[in-house]
Design a protein around this ligand. Sequence first.
Ligand code: 5AD
Length: 356
Amino acid sequence: MQTLTLLIEKLKKNRILSETEFITLLDGLKEDTKAAAMLQQEAQKTALEHFGNAVYIRGLIEFTNFCRNDCFYCGIRKSNFEAVRYHLSKDAIMECCRIGYDLGFRTFVLQGGEDMSYSDQAMYEIISTIRQAYPDCAITLSAGERDKETYQLWFDAGANRYLLRHETADPEHYRKLHPPRMRYEHRIQCLKDLKSIGYQTGTGFMIGSPFQTTAQLAQDLKFIHELQPEMIGIGPFIPHVDTPFKNQPAGSAERTLHLISILRLMRPEALIPSTTALGTIHPEGRELGILAGANVVMPNLSPLDVRKNYLLYNDKICTGEEAAESIEKLKEKMSRIGYRIVTDRGDYRKGDDCHV
Ligand code: 5AD
């Protein structure tokens, strides 16, 4: 009991714990509701100090669900022949941006599977066109593993940020979640390349992914400490019926919230979304994530007719407050817990300057 309180204090002060301490903390929090409440309050306080009660919004455009990869957990893996595949044309993507801009979005997130039918050059053109049309907006890409030259090309086209979850920082665990073609070392190299090019870089992992141990979560935290990503996205694993992991249990909302709070104490300035997956496994997941220290939400801007096909996991929410059209409802929900949606770009800012 006493130890957990001390560990939270220590984490707040040093922004890191040893692996053993992280394990003690993570396992202890399951039983000790008082310590869990303290952690949540400290993390919320830290987020408030840095961002006030502002919550940034990002317009998520799921531009393709074709993927060359076969991650065992993911509903759009290439071996899922049940998936109804789509990809958006440049015009359709521009239309999403137009709608998003009018709704107040100043960050567009282009997320998709590793769909090689978009050549490097085609992506360059899409990114440049968005950049020219919306000079005041941030462009975030989430399109998987590519060569450094490709990342550089897209950066030169005007992209500012890149999201690539490392998924797990234990190479052995990585091999249990992915087929042999996918290499942990390559993924980490991609993250390093992205950082060195100058992208604001996001990484992250799933909570409760199959075979995950608390020690592996501790490794994920250590990895985050070493990489110092500007953005950190985490969410519970949720099984998808048409994947090899269909019978595996989902990750816990509670544990996800503990990890959001720990990450906030480790990285006070980081942009941490309260993710769709968290909103999917818990009716108030989005709000609880914000209260645990997250400061970003990413409503869905994809065209309505394709939204239901971008199913990474089952029962993904796609018609409620997470939809960009329901921004008023989202504002209301956030204001009920004392937060306000802001429409500026919300770039990562280092240092003691707060964003308030
Ligand atoms: N459950 C939860 N999250 C998932 N992702 C992929 N499949 C699932 C799933 N079944 C996450 C991965 C990926 C991100 C885009 O979505 O972490 O990086």
